[in-house]
Design a protein around this ligand. Sequence first.
Ligand code: KG4
Ligand code: ZN
Length: 349
Amino acid sequence: MAQPLVLGIETSCDETGIALVRGLDLLTDVTASSMDDHARFGGIVPEVASRAHLESFVPTLDAALERAEVSLADVDAIAVTAGPGLVGSLTVGVSAAKALALAIDRPLYGVNHVLGHVAVDALVHGAFPEEFLGLVVSGGHSSLLLVRDIATDVTELGQTLDDAAGEAFDKVGRLLGLPYPGGPHVDRLSQTGDRSAIAFPRGLSRAKDLARHPYDFSFSGLKTAVARVVEGYEDAGREVPAADIAASFSEAVADVLVTKTLNACAAHGVSTVVIGGGFSANSRLRDLAAERLDAAGITLRIPPIRYCTDNGAMIAALGSAVLAAGLPPSTLDITIDSGMPLTDVLAHV
Ligand code: KG4
Ligand code: ZN
């Protein structure tokens, strides 16, 4: 029998993403982004994002159905991001998903966005092994997960105690006078700098911190250290060596992420790592992870960038996994949960 056709809807931040997935086959995914509307404000403006979702929703849905050459009546189940994310943005997606579920009389699954960042890799690289680590790094999250089944058995080993990795890059981008979002600009600049020019701190990496927070991250001290270095040059009337700062900062972030991931692999006897989230575009993280995981005999899976940034395929993929696990659908009473914990794959009423 054919696998169920799942419609995935993602509206947790600034991307309206809609995708159709059958089993592990991605039929299509379409994304509309409102980032250009936010750039001039130097950050995401929630009201602007919500309105953009409302405007983009129907055209994005129509485009996805057309490209997949299916009609709404062919859809067997609807998966939608229920959290975490921006309240207004999530509300647009969940309300639309409820309306569609009611209209076509199909089950609705309100799923966890962060787990979707891991789930999507199965569409690209095939079924997951029995056990693996998921490192989700983006502008909003930095989490290390031990995954036995993405729908039913995920343990959060650690997360950031303050800034997310992408957020730290965006803040350093601002310190270096780069446009928002700073992450890709800092990355580009770092490629022309000296990684060992400045010995920036590695958060939560000293013996006493490691004992309490073996797999947690902290990037706010690092950001402050960058600010001090920049100020030092400015106060002395000297030119800020922006490329060296960007390279040394990138090295500090990538080093901590990869070191803690490797430590977790060793502690849990895991030999596959999946990295997801928009920050996985970072060139230093990619290079260092490839180099050090390969040396340790660990398989690294990173989906192409378009499936790392927010998209509908990740939500359809997680919906597909939830259906395969036979979990009961959400009711039409579910609300959004802007702080949805990783322990929940599905939203509760
Ligand atoms: O997953 P994503 O698209 O949105 C969130 O859910 O946050 O991630 C975007 C984040 C932003 O903070 C952006 O600056 C950062 O990822 N980012 C990068 C790079 N590309 C995107 N940071 C560093 N280097 C990059 N190449
Ligand atoms: Zn995300």
